[in-house]
Structure formats: C-alpha cells, structure tokens
Design a protein around this ligand. Structure first.
Ligand SMILES: [Zn+2]
Ligand SMILES: [Zn+2]
Length: 284
C-alpha cells in the first residue's frame, strides 16, 4: 500500500527551544526510500534516538542556506561516509559549489524508481528550493483485466501496452482514472508564493512553514520571507492539498495551541501541527 512515514525531528525555526529543535523531517516511503528534509543542528542524533542509522539516509534535501536548516549537515554526511553509506545532497544551485566540499554528490533533482524529487522556487529572502516529490503509482486495472497473465498485468500497471494472443492491449483499455500520480511538497521557509502555486498546480500533501500564528505584523512577516497559519491554509487551498502539515514554529510560542486553533477553522484540508518526534502516516 502506498504509505508515507513522516517523522518530525525538529519543528522549530531560527531559534531552538528545549522541546522544539531546528528543522529536520525524516521521510520514508513504502518503496524503502529514506530522505531527510533539511538538516537542522543535531539532526543525526535525533535520527539515532529515533532508531534510524545516519548511514541509511540516501538523500538529504536542503531548502536554503540559512543556518537553522543547515548546521546538522556536515555531521550527518561525515557519519554517513564513515559508516559506508552513500548519501546525496539536494540543494539550490547557488549552494552547490560550497556543499561539494563535503565530498558527496550534490544536485537539484533526483529519481529513485517510481519516486522523483525536484526543486521548485519558493519566496524566501535567499535562493530557496521547495522540494516537490512525485510518486508514479501507475494504472489501476479494472476487473476486465483479471484473466490476463501476471506478466501482462505488471506491464499494464506500469503503463506499457502488451500483446497477448496476437492482440495488443493498452493500459487505457483495462484501467480506470488514468495514470495515478501522488505529490508531496515541502516548502521550507517561504512567504505566500502565488507564482509557485501556479507552477506546481496541485499536491496531495503539503508541508508548509507557519512560523507565526496571527499575532504579528503580517506585512513584515512576508517581507522577512515567512508565513502565518492563514498563509499556509491559503497555500493548501491554492494547491488543492488534502493534507496540510504545519512546521517551523517560532520559539516565541511556548506551545502550539494557537496554531492548532487557527488551523482547525476550515477543513478540508486535514491539518496537522506535529510536535518534535511525532510521526504522521499518510496513505497516498
Ligand atoms: Zn528557517
Ligand atoms: Zn530561512
């Protein structure tokens, strides 16, 4: 079953709190891909506390060069290499030259089987990538296909026509709903970003920053390249997300009750405001 496991290793932003570390999210999909989204200070220790070896991380996707998202990267990469892992860094192009000094491959897109990741430009104060994940689930076959040989079913699900008994069968003939593609976007730090919404069009899961609740000068927040809970909700509606997860909560909030109250106003989407170390399972 297409299932995503998202563990929030750090849900703070800029300044840590005892119960809220700097940004890092561990993503594991049902295909076995293990990706770290941002590498806040101490992220390798958090992975270890959670029972995940830093050597098992194949990709670490950094959104931008601000230190709260980056300071855990050198330690993670060094441990990964020391333990014989094969890690690759994804980052905005402007960071590639510096990050290459860590001695591992650096790129701004990746693919692994049915999963693809690419950079989408977001609206922050420095060159920043939101990371857009896409999983190709193939075609959903209808009952009519049941009598075909197993090898033919495998090909048809992947979207390839087959020849059985001298007849060519296309995936469209024996499936419903077209090719199924599921998408997740992690914004990193961003102000409301209509240009990005237009480029991306639609996602199933949106992990959006909500540095602030509603008790701030909104114009100033946007100038500083950040969002409020209302901004994140607007982004989720623009992107038609079914699931919205809010993170990067400022240390000025002693707890997340304000965020939760504001986020609970308008379902859908289903909104979650996870604490550090919380895991959310999402069925795609
Ligand atoms: Zn930040
Ligand atoms: Zn930032």
């Amino acid at each position: 079953m297409p299932l995503l496991k998202l563990t929030f290793l750090g849900t703070g932003g800029a300044v840590p709190r005892g119960d809220r570390m700097l940004p890092a999210i561990y993503l594991e999909d049902w295909l076995g891909n293990r990706v770290l989204l941002d590498a806040g200070e101490g992220c390798q220790y958090r992975l270890l506390q959670f029972g995940v070896s830093p050597a098992s991380i194949k990709l670490v996707a950094i959104t931008h060069s601000h230190e709260d998202h980056l300071l855990g990267l050198p330690g993670l990469v060094i441990t990964n290499k020391f333990l014989g892992g094969k890690i690759e860094i994804l980052a905005p192009k402007s960071m590639h030259e510096v990050l290459a000094k860590l001695g591992v491959p650096v790129a701004d897109s990746a693919s692994a089987g049915r999963m693809e990741i690419k950079c989408v430009e977001v609206c922050h104060t420095v060159d920043s990538c939101g990371w857009l994940f896409q999983w190709d689930l193939g075609y959903k076959l209808i009952d009519k296909a049941r009598d075909l040989p197993k090898w033919a079913l495998t090909e048809l699900i992947k979207g390839r026509p087959v020849e059985v008994g001298g007849r060519v069968i296309t995936p469209e003939e024996v499936s419903e709903g077209g090719r199924r593609v599921r998408r997740l976007l992690y914004t990193g730090d961003t102000a409301p970003c209509p240009q990005m919404w237009r480029d991306v069009e639609r996602v199933d899961v949106l992990i959006h920053e909500a540095t602030f609740a509603d008790d701030v000068d909104v114009e100033k927040v946007h100038e500083e390249g950040h969002s409020t809970v209302a901004d994140a909700l607007e982004a989720a509606r623009a992107l038609r997300a079914e699931v919205l997860i809010l993170t990067h909560v400022s240390a000025r909030y002693v707890d997340k009750s304000k965020h939760r109250r504001l986020a609970a106003v308008e379902p859908p989407p289903h909104v979650y405001v996870p604490e550090d170390f919380e895991t959310i399972l999402v069925k795609l």
